[in-house]
Write a protein of this length. Structure first.
Length: 414
């Protein structure tokens, strides 16, 4: 995995970036109308959907974190993280920040803790692997309502995402855990109560951030606008890159190979472009998936859940840039994202029917004359691949299999 060790000062890395930039400029000059249309599409997605949904949330998150709420919630979940996932107690701050602000905000906290000397390299790598969350406003407002136009799936997408993070934490519970870690080191400090720790966390947060509310509000607005401008530029750039990949025939070449090996009307031939988009930039990828009218809602949910767990190349580049000034490696973060994507895909298949059977919002039949739109989709996976229909049995069997695999290696260390 030599490419994971390339530094920003490495000649090979510089050469590759230069080649990609040159090819992009040539592509824009060769296909100016397509590039302009792709850039306009990216701008429309950002301005009409991403910007109005995330701006108030980012501003409120800045205010909440400045007043120590993230520190407080981090202290409250510290015992759970320490005992269940065997993480350092201070990792709760990173987790709550990632949940509120999304990725890579959690990695920023890890970098601050590492530079301050409050965690070591291995602890920083383990926390970084699990500090990847999509903020709830993105999953609820942008993905479910704006892109997918299925508000009833908002809770399901959030459940799948958060369970995949927890599953990833359990799988990597003993990853790079030092051999000399004892049970006493993973316990709470008996000399301090939880409330004293909360008060200390709030006091420490206010001591570090002594801005007045007016100054805080102004800086929260300007910082949120700057962050959203960066997101908008990223969406537009990757929209142009993906359009150039399509019009230049690169994606068509792979589609022809799939048609030759599989089937002319295979699902892979129609979803290859959205998959490439999702690997590159999550907003463009999810939007591309939702525009596929022939695809069932189940498969769409599978693809977009995997994309949310992966995060997109843009997030990975930001994480790589944040970790550049520390000794924390990027490869564990990449491994965790791949595992989390697979878990998300499996969880969608596993929980689809139970969710719509027990948790899906119920609408009385006299309020609508339309037939239920999810009945057919709920049977796609279960009828094709499962020989029996008792979903609770399937859930219990798969859970015990995962537990056996995880705890059979619980003594494994690096």
């Amino acid at each position: 995995m030599r490419f994971l060790k390339l530094s920003y000062q490495d000649r090979t890395f510089t050469f590759l970036i230069g080649i990609i930039a040159t090819c992009t400029v040539v592509g824009v000059l060769a296909y100016p109308s397509q590039a302009l249309a792709a850039s306009t599409l990216g701008l429309r997605i950002w301005w009409n959907m991403v910007f109005p949904a995330l701006l108030p949330f980012f501003i409120l998150c800045e205010i909440v974190m400045a007043y120590g709420i993230a520190h407080t919630l981090g202290v409250l979940i510290d015992p759970l993280l320490r005992r269940l996932f065997r993480l350092p107690g201070i990792s709760g701050w990173s987790f709550i920040t990632a949940i509120l602000a999304g990725s890579p905000a959690g990695v920023e906290v890890v970098v601050k803790l590492r530079k301050a000397g409050r965690i070591d390299q291995l602890a920083g790598e383990r926390i970084t692997m699990l500090s990847h969350f999509a903020n709830p406003i993105f999953m609820i407002t942008i993905v479910s309502v704006a892109f997918l136009q299925r508000p009833e799936l908002a809770l399901f997408i959030c459940i799948v995402h958060y369970i995949s993070v927890l599953g990833c934490a359990i799988i990597f519970r003993n990853y790079h855990l030092p051999k000399d870690v004892t049970g006493e080191q993973l316990q709470d400090d008996p000399l301090k109560s939880i409330w004293s720790k909360v008060n200390m966390a709030i006091h420490e947060a206010r001591q570090q951030d002594q801005r007045s509310f007016g100054q805080l509000l102004g800086e929260a607005v300007s910082g949120s606008l700057q962050k959203l401008m960066m997101i908008g530029g990223t969406i537009m750039m990757f929209s142009v890159l993906l359009e150039l990949v399509a019009v230049s025939g690169i994606s068509g070449f792979f589609i022809n190979i799939i048609r030759f090996l599989d089937h002319p009307n295979s699902l892979w031939t129609t979803s290859l472009d959205p998959l490439i988009a999702g690997l590159s930039e999550v907003h463009i990828g999810i939007y591309s998936v939702t525009q596929l009218e022939h695809m069932s809602i189940l498969i769409k949910t599978v693809l977009l859940s995997g994309m949310i767990a992966w995060g997109g190349l843009s997030v990975h580049l930001q994480v790589r840039a944040l970790l550049h000034g520390t000794d924390i490696r990027y490869s564990p973060f990449l491994l965790a994202r791949a595992v989390q994507s697979v878990l998300s895909i499996l969880l969608v298949f596993l929980l689809w029917l139970p969710y719509h059977r027990w948790l899906s919002p119920v609408v009385p039949s006299f309020l609508s004359n339309e037939a239920p739109s999810l009945v057919v989709d709920t049977m796609v996976f279960w009828d094709m691949y499962v020989p029996w229909r008792n979903s609770s049995v399937i859930f219990i069997v798969v859970t015990f299999l995962l537990a056996a695999v995880i705890y059979s290696n619980r003594t494994r260390s690096s």
